[in-house]
Design a protein around this ligand. Structure first.
Ligand SMILES: Cc1cc2nc3c(=O)[nH]c(=O)nc-3n(C[C@H](O)[C@H](O)[C@H](O)COP(=O)(O)OP(=O)(O)OC[C@H]3O[C@@H](n4cnc5c(N)ncnc54)[C@H](O)[C@@H]3O)c2cc1C
Length: 527
């Protein structure tokens, strides 16, 4: 991005031009602050970028589906007037079944040869989960309350959450309490008969997470995802035209239009501190930039341990950051194809949606077992999209791109990724071939990004797509760690704004906006 800064002193410097960093910058600039975004990579977007992976074939290299960014945020930043176009909105979800059939999972109904009992249970289950999700959704848009303070803002935030849950009524409240601590395997076993349906519904509880369906707390992770979707309002399951990178380019345009400067290829080497407060950053080149506030969208381990340095933090805080769990377990598969993939039981319309390769809950659990012992799954589970079905501009005419999240692929593979990569890729292709016979014969290019590659390419510690597990002990007022959960950090003038803080990862943007509001609400010193 050729928006070179001429100043060397700003109200706010934002480290990282992923979507959260850009949203934070746009919000600060709209609030009248002078803002500079410093992005290490050659393009903005972080793990939401579009790039070429085979000659003439482009793909959203990290995140491939937009479903968590609030519709009001998209409107607020006028992204459509800054270049955002949609290739698809309201995309469907289809669970592929062995033998060539498919289940079509709608918001309220499921279709595809299920028993009348499952069809009825689906309507009841999805309506109940939606009610729970909308009760939890309001907590996303605000900083999480601090515990044990006498501040009214914290008390009101806790009361508000309590009131939302109280409004569910006695039956729902009791049910929410009952299922809140359960694992998703038991919950789905209680409700459904069909193995394929249970597998498809269970995947959303563990996608991108260090869990199998029998892991404790997986109902909570599922509810969290549903609450984030509820907070996103009308956004739905969407694909930006030109891939996720096009969304981030529109965010960069919105930030620039509000006055923010953006420098790419500008890696921050350290956060400068004077008199116990952050006063700016130093780049890898040795260039110093002064700022009254430094807001980091890099993950918490990178921010505190590498950019700030432990000498500025007390040992208890450093221990908590060291203990943050952020080892990724998901790989990303990109295929360049010379024809459209032919999945059994999938219509042309369904090919434009989200396809799930998850035969059963047991299958997910078996796939997860490998990861516990440092191996990739012999038969992985996958979330697949064919982005060219909605956006032919991503490949040469008549050709296609397949993009899949492949679980489980541990960051620290026991045998090492150098020897494991091809075998993991083959395992994923073998599984896809079962559902789309002939797929292998149409492949003209392939890429598998492991968590270790993602750490390298996107700068995420451990290659974890949420910058840290989204789990009960890393949610809300303990995300990423106590002492930094309200975007402020123990060092005055240093804030966090990335996926590692509340409400977490995914292309949501709320962390970036919430953090900017905290900066704007606080006293802002001039550099
Ligand atoms: C394989 C994969 C698939 C995913 N699929 C989905 C999906 O389909 N839908 C969804 O909603 N989410 C998905 N996600 C999650 C989502 O992509 C991330 O949670 C999100 O991109 C995080 O955004 P962020 O802005 O907080 O951080 P990031 O995107 O990680 O951006 C942080 C930025 O900081 C920069 N940076 C780091 N250190 C420095 C430094 N020292 N100096 C300057 N810059 C620095 C990095 O280069 C990066 O650009 C996926 C993630 C992955 C990896």
């Amino acid at each position: 991005m050729a928006l070179d800064a001429v100043q060397s002193s700003y109200d706010c410097v934002v480290i990282g031009g992923g979507h959260n960093g850009l949203i934070c910058a746009a919000t600060l600039a709209r609030g009248g602050r002078s803002v500079l975004v410093l992005e290490a990579a050659a393009q903005v977007g972080g793990a939401a970028v579009t790039r070429e992976f085979a000659p003439g074939f482009r793909v959203s290299a990290g995140a491939h589906l937009l479903h968590l960014m609030p519709a009001d945020l998209l409107r607020e930043l006028k992204l459509e007037s800054h270049g955002l176009e949609w290739a698809a909105r309201g995309m469907a979800t289809t669970a592929l079944l062995p033998g060539g059939a498919g289940l079509s999972l709608g918001a309220e109904a499921v279709q595809g040869g299920l028993s009348a009992q499952d069809a009825h249970a689906y309507a009841v289950y999805t309506a109940r989960m939606r009610r729970f999700a909308s009760a939890l959704a309001p907590m996303f848009s605000r900083p999480p309350p601090r515990l044990g303070t006498t501040a009214w803002a914290d008390r009101i935030a806790l009361l508000r959450l309590g009131w939302q849950i109280r409004r569910l009524g006695r039956r729902d409240m009791r049910e929410l309490l009952r299922i809140g601590g359960m694992n998703v395997y038991d919950l789905l076993e209680e409700n459904f008969e069909s193995a394929g349906l249970k597998g498809a519904l269970g995947l959303d509880a563990v996608l991108g997470a260090n869990f199998g369906p029998r892991s404790p707390g997986t109902v909570l992770t599922l509810l969290y995802r549903l609450a984030a979707e509820s907070a996103a309002g009308a956004t739905g399951l969407s694909q930006p035209k030109g891939g996720m990178g096009a969304l981030c380019n529109a965010l960069a345009n919105a930030a620039a239009a509000s006055g923010a400067a953006i420098r790419t290829g500008a890696r921050v080497a350290g956060i400068r501190v004077a008199g116990d407060r952050a006063v700016g950053v130093v780049l890898e080149t040795g260039e110093n930039i002064d700022a009254a506030n430094v807001i980091s969208s890099a993950d918490p381990k990178t921010t505190f341990l590498r950019l700030l340095g432990t000498r500025h933090l007390d040992t208890g805080f450093v221990r908590r950051v060291n203990h943050l769990r952020c080892r990724g377990l998901a790989a990303k598969l990109h295929l360049a194809l010379n024809r459209a993939p032919a999945f059994g039981g999938v219509s042309e319309a369904s090919l434009r949606g989200r396809l799930l390769v998850v035969p059963s809950l047991e299958h997910i659990e078996h796939a997860y077992n490998h990861a516990k012992y440092g191996e990739f799954s012999a038969v992985p589970v996958m979330e697949v999209t064919v982005p060219t079905a909605n956006d032919p501009s991503l490949a040469p005419a008549g050709h296609h791109v397949l993009s899949a999240i492949v679980q489980y692929a541990p960051y620290a593979l026991k045998e090492g990724w150098q020897s494991g990569r091809q075998r993991c890729l083959d395992a994923a292709l073998d599984e896809l071939e079962r559902y789309a016979p002939g797929l292998r014969g149409s492949i003209v290019g392939a890429e598998l990004l492991t968590p270790a590659d993602m750490e390298q390419e996107f700068g995420m510690s451990g290659g974890h797509w949420h910058h840290g597990d989204l789990a009960f002990d890393q949610f809300l007022m303990v995300r990423p760690v106590p002492g930094a959960a309200q975007y402020r950090t123990p060092v005055e003038g240093l804030f966090l704004c990335g996926a590692g803080c509340h409400p977490g990862g995914g292309v949501m943007g709320i962390a970036g906006r919430n953090a900017a509001r905290e900066v704007l609400n606080g006293s802002l010193n001039s550099p």
